[in-house]
Ligand binder design. Structure first.
Ligand code: C5P
Length: 220
């Protein structure tokens, strides 16, 4: 099978993770959740008492944590300094702080390099999901997808995942995080000019997966 690199970007709650994992599993590709890496470095900063509102303080220690991502789509893992971080990176505290940490250029430079190394090493190809994969991390990807959905649909999905969290509060937090991610100076959340935009508002997850699998097949 020919190796293929797929970049899937878009705001929170558009189904990026579920779609990316399923597409990678179906096509025998590796999978990388780049949001998990930014969450992991954020968790490390909080755990080590770094003031995450101070970009200088973040930049000074950004190279310290060792972040390792497992790329099996059926069992993605993430460790920080050898410790399993998959639970702690999903807390409310990390979610509310991650945009500030991910906006720091030194953090982005380090994590981007890590992502490129992982993508280069994926023998059969990889599905990489994030915010700036098609624009910055892997501008030569074979296929770029930009997933969108209405804020209402995204909030409803996210609050379902968070087991019944208040939909309105979830929507507010989500819109705020997307605004921060889209307006930062260094590689903001953006659609690459050559990305295929898929609006998932009225699609089931299976329909989105099928759509992306078809697009990958067309490129191989
Ligand atoms: O995808 P997820 O919601 O886990 O991403 C968490 C955060 O990581 C985003 O809100 C964004 O601040 C950051 N991120 C990023 N670039 C990426 C992936 C995620 O800045 N490629």
């Amino acid at each position: 099978m020919e190796s293929v690199i797929v970049a899937i970007d878009g705001p929170s709650g558009t189904g990026k993770s579920s779609t990316s994992k399923a597409v990678a599993a179906k096509l025998g590709l590796s999978y990388l959740d780049t949001g998990a890496q930014y969450r992991a470095i954020t968790w490390w900063m909080i755990s080590n008492g770094v003031d995450v509102s101070d970009a200088g303080a973040i930049a000074a220690v950004a190279a310290k944590p060792v972040i390792v991502s497992g790329t099996d789509p059926s069992r993605p893992t993430i460790t920080v300094d050898g410790v399993d971080a998959s639970g702690p990176i999903r807390t409310e505290e990390v979610t509310s702080r991650v945009s500030a940490v991910s906006a720091v250029p030194e953090v982005r430079a380090l994590i981007t390099e890590l992502q490129r190394t992982i993508a280069r090493g994926a023998e059969h190809g990889i599905v990489v999901e994030g915010r700036d994969i098609g624009t910055t991390v892997l501008p030569d990807a074979d296929l770029k997808i930009f997933l969108t959905a209405s804020p209402e649909a995204r909030a409803a999905r996210r609050s379902g995942e968070l087991k019944g969290a208040d939909v309105r509060a979830t929507q507010e937090a989500l819109v705020k995080r997307d605004a921060a991610d889209s307006s930062r100076k260094t590689s903001p959340l953006a659609k690459a000019d050559d990305a295929v935009e898929v609006d998932t508002t009225d699609l089931t997850l299976d329909q989105v997966i099928e759509c992306v699998v078809t697009l990958v097949d067309e490129r191989r």
